[in-house]
Design a protein around this ligand. Structure first.
Ligand code: S3P
Length: 170
């Protein structure tokens, strides 16, 4: 197993922000699968979804994980919220390092993403309902993929970082 710390969780659970702060605190570089995919493809996630669909994007996520396994050591890696959906990705995540699930309730998520237009799965009518439905489908998937679960609702970032730091060092 490699010694990366990988953050998983629903859109808006704070993976990117927690990842950046954790990378400062632990003095490790940070990577983000969405950003790596956008760079490699030369287009945004929304453009990929619109032109080639979600399945194609999921293929790119698995390919990205495989690439990370060949190259990444001692990093903080933030992932797209749907990356753990594919079961084959679980083994890849575990090989990559310690998997930390940032668990958030639908209300917390809605408050964080309500003005966002960059997430194709939450656009259109009734985003609150979409969040509830998707979250319900995914919670057990995240829990299965995770080594560590951190509840993030109503906590400030320092508290979340303290909890992650403690859990990964145990
Ligand atoms: C997705 C989450 C997004 C991005 C894409 C699909 C999902 O990443 O990968 O829009 O299926 O949950 P974030 O979790 O960083 O928003």
């Amino acid at each position: 197993m490699m010694d990366n710390i990988i953050l998983i969780g629903f859109m808006g659970s704070g993976k990117s922000t927690v990842g950046i702060r954790l990378s400062y605190r632990l003095r490790r570089a940070m990577e983000d699968t969405d950003k790596l995919i956008e760079k490699e493809e030369g287009r945004t996630i929304s453009e990929i979804f619109a032109a080639d669909g979600e399945n194609y994007f999921r293929e790119l996520e698995t390919a990205c994980l495989k690439k990370l396994l060949r190259t990444m050591k001692h990093k903080i890696i933030s992932t797209g919220g749907g990356l753990p959906i594919r079961e084959e990705n679980h083994a890849l995540l575990k090989k990559l390092g310690t998997v930390v699930y940032l668990r958030a309730e639908a209300e917390t998520i809605y408050e964080r993403v309500k003005h966002d237009t960059s997430r194709p799965l939450l656009q259109g009518e009734n985003p609150k309902e979409k969040i509830r439905k998707l979250l319900k489908e995914r919670v057990s998937v995240y829990e299965m993929a995770a080594d560590i679960v951190i509840d993030v609702d109503h906590k400030d970032f320092d508290t979340i970082l303290d909890e992650i730091e403690k859990a990964v060092s145990e």
